[in-house]
Design a protein around this ligand. Structure first.
Ligand SMILES: Nc1ncnc2c1ncn2[C@@H]1O[C@H](COP(=O)(O)OP(=O)(O)OP(=O)(O)O)[C@@H](O)[C@H]1O
Ligand SMILES: [Mg+2]
Length: 436
């Protein structure tokens, strides 16, 4: 008898080939179903509760996908698509997942019938190339516009990005803020130079407990000695405001207060960096060698109470290329979602400034690409014809889902849209975001 050869460890799933491809596609399909209903202005938000019971309410595709903790390896690629879209563009995360899922769904019958994946991939590449050319051709350039026109367009872009979010009713207000914030940045448009602060309950203050007096005295003595040297140096430097990443002790606080110096401890690093960018100066790791050029400048400094928290406002900063938005609101989940939505809008405005061309939303570009591919497919023969036509159908998922989510009759509207596009028009499916 031949000895049995064990190649893979017990329990290894070694399924491959067609059934595995189909099963992967099915797994992706269920992920898409999870975010499908969030697309568009009438899309629903999702409430996701994690293992620790923390609830998150979100409309953001990438956030939802991240929170789903997907373990299926093929389905995970969809999460990666959403994540990379989030990192690169910031918005459109639901759309990319939906499109990817729909393309898979459309090519599934071909896989089942035994069409070789290479043939499918070739058709997809061809379709991609055609779509890219068309998008470039249709994109509206925004370079040749006046400042006001550019601003209006940026505001529109920001408002569109927010129209599908919880804050859509205040999108006019927020889009002005977002555009202001982005326009205040330097040419590189660094995202981390826009801070978003949420007003929440203050964290408990840390404290040290010592149980005998001698020990306490030692701590205090040491503190005094080291501190006094340091503090004197800071005072001599002529600084009026001292910001520190670490907590500032009572002694130091009093020392500064006696000399009319404002000090703040536990300043988050990103805030510190942003302030440094705006006011100049440098973040020092030691109190030695504080030269005038490491001190930042601003015209006016004040500490202002906003709600339950105090904020340090630096005004008239010489190189103000940074900004901070303060969000106040009720529920924490609401604030978090607002922050995410603003992030989407900020990213979109940055993109628009950097790339200076836009295409229409509301399913218009998708329908036009779909028409292009369908027309093209009619000019070629073989399997590729069917595959390109399938991809053309896949693109229709965006307007279809927008209709479904808004409660419209998708089949009816899509027929109308197809007809209009065939006649050479490029209508937009407009869903009212505010009650008329
Ligand atoms: N008023 C509107 N009418 C119709 N469609 C709209 C309207 N506003 C936005 N859209 C469309 O909604 C889609 C965007 O929806 P949504 O913001 O929910 O998803 P996303 O941008 O793909 O992902 P996410 O914002 O979660 O990262 C785009 O296709 C956009 O064209
Ligand atoms: Mg969006």
């Amino acid at each position: 008898m031949q000895p049995q050869i064990v190649l893979l460890k017990e329990g290894t799933d070694s399924s491959q080939g067609k059934p595995q491809l189909v099963s992967n596609i099915n797994a992706c399909q269920s992920i898409v179903d999870a975010v499908r209903t969030t697309l568009g202005p009438r899309g629903m938000d999702k409430l996701i509760v994690d293992a620790r019971g923390k609830a998150t309410i979100s409309n953001d595709g990438a956030t939802i996908m991240k929170l789903l903790e997907i373990i299926h390896p093929a389905a995970k690629t969809l999460v990666d698509i959403a994540k990379s879209q989030d990192a690169e563009v910031g918005d459109g995360t639901t759309s990319v997942v939906l499109l990817a899922g729909e393309f898979l769904k459309q090519v599934k019958p071909f896989v089942e019938e035994g069409v070789h994946p290479r043939v499918i991939i070739k058709a997809i590449r061809k379709a991609l190339q055609l779509c890219m050319e068309k998008i470039n051709e249709m994109a509206v350039q925004i370079v040749e516009q006046s400042k006001d026109q550019q601003r209006a367009l940026l505001e529109k872009c920001a408002a569109t990005a927010m129209s599908s979010k919880l804050i859509h009713q205040q999108k006019d207000f927020f889009s002005r803020i977002v555009v202001d914030a982005v326009l205040s940045l330097d040419e590189l448009l660094p995202l981390n130079m826009i801070g978003i602060k949420k007003l929440k309950a203050e964290r408990d203050n840390a404290e040290i407990r010592v149980d005998n007096v001698k020990e306490y005295q030692k701590v205090v003595d040491a503190e005094w000695q080291i501190l006094y040297n340091k503090l004197a140096k800071i005072h001599e430097s002529g600084a009026n405001v001292v910001l520190s990443k670490l907590p500032i002790g009572d002694v130091a606080t009093q020392y500064f207060a006696d000399r009319d110096i404002f000090c703040a401890g536990r300043v988050p690093e990103e805030d510190l960096k942003r302030t440094m960018k705006a006011c100049g100066g440098a973040v020092m790791t030691t109190a030695n060698d504080i030269k005038p050029n490491v001190l930042g400048l601003c015209e006016h400094f004040e500490e202002r109470q906003v709600g339950g928290e105090r904020f340090n406002l630096f005004q008239g900063c010489p190189n103000a290329k940074t900004s901070t938005l303060i969000l106040r609101g009720g529920a924490e989940q609401f604030l978090e979602e607002t922050e995410r939505s603003l992030h989407d809008a900020i990213m979109i405005v940055r993109r628009t400034i950097k790339h200076d061309s836009v295409v229409a939303g509301g399913g218009a570009i998708e329908m036009e690409l779909s028409k292009l591919l369908r027309d093209y497919s009619r000019t070629i023969a073989g399997k590729e014809q069917l595959l390109i036509a399938a991809i053309a159908k896949g693109l229709e998922i965006i307007p279809r889902q927008l209709c479904d989510n808004a409660g419209f009759d998708a089949t009816n509207i899509l027929n109308k849209l197809r007809q209009k596009h065939a006649q050479g028009e490029c209508p937009i499916l407009f869903v009212h975001t505010k009650p008329p």
